[in-house]
Design a protein around this ligand. Structure first.
Ligand code: CA
Length: 235
């Protein structure tokens, strides 16, 4: 397994509120995109990454899913508590997208509008579903698929880590094969590139470092309106 991560402030923001974490030996990959307040965004995403990684210590044969949910819940409590105590950090929150890759299986925990994609046999598939009002309205039949990306509702989160005392975490489990690639990213990438454009970069030959670089550069070339974080894993 090889991996590479890049986080870029982008061309318009004053702070980088994204955080990421890589542990190839344990197969742990995390992307968090923070929000809220003057300093809240970067505090929330850093606190989430730190709390989650501190909780993820696997022993042989252990069930990953409960441990993963507990780690996100612990991050939720830490952010919610600090946000309630410190005025400047009030209502801070963060997305959290976590992939655990081990023994030809990937377990994903997901809250918010960061994304995880699987690139398998030349085809890019978005695995996670964004917790945005636009996605919720589309699911409820109020918004057609075609209108979703341009909708004003696409940046309103329906779920984020740290906002409420308890967090509901989406879990995905899927098989993974040699030659597969996994992409975790913040919306600073997906707002700037279509899935088709991302797929074309994933299809070229080259390692995770090259692909992460090309994806970040493309997001910047397309406007770089937000912080952009890209984490590529080659299995
Ligand atoms: Ca963002």
């Amino acid at each position: 397994m090889k991996s590479a991560g890049i986080s870029d402030i982008g061309l318009h923001r004053k702070r980088n509120e994204d955080s990421f974490f890589i542990d190839e030996d344990q197969g742990i990959f995390i992307v968090c995109d923070g929000m809220g307040g003057h300093k809240g965004g970067d505090v929330a995403s850093q606190l989430a990454v730190q709390t989650i990684r501190d909780h993820l210590h696997f022993t042989q044969g252990e069930d990953i899913v409960p441990l993963l949910c507990q780690s996100v819940q612990a991050a939720n409590t830490a952010i919610n508590t600090m946000g309630g105590r410190v005025d400047a950090l009030r209502e801070m929150g963060t997305t959290a997208t976590i992939a655990i890759i081990r023994d030809k299986e990937m377990t994903v925990a997901h809250v918010g509008d960061s994304s995880l994609y699987l690139f398998h046999a030349g085809i890019l598939t978005r695995i996670t579903r964004a917790h945005t009002l636009a996605e919720q309205m589309a699911a409820d039949g109020f918004l057609s698929d075609g209108n979703r990306p341009n909708s004003g509702y696409s940046h309103i989160l329906t779920r984020a880590v740290g906002i409420e005392p308890v967090i509901n975490v989406d879990i995905y489990q899927l098989g993974i094969a040699n030659g597969d690639q996994v992409l975790l990213c913040s919306d600073g990438l997906t707002d700037m590139m279509t899935d088709e454009q991302i797929g074309k970069v994933m299809a070229i030959s080259g390692g995770p470092e090259l692909k992460a670089r090309l994806l970040v550069d493309a997001a910047l070339a397309n406007g770089g309106f937000d912080n952009v974080t890209v984490l590529v894993v080659s299995v």
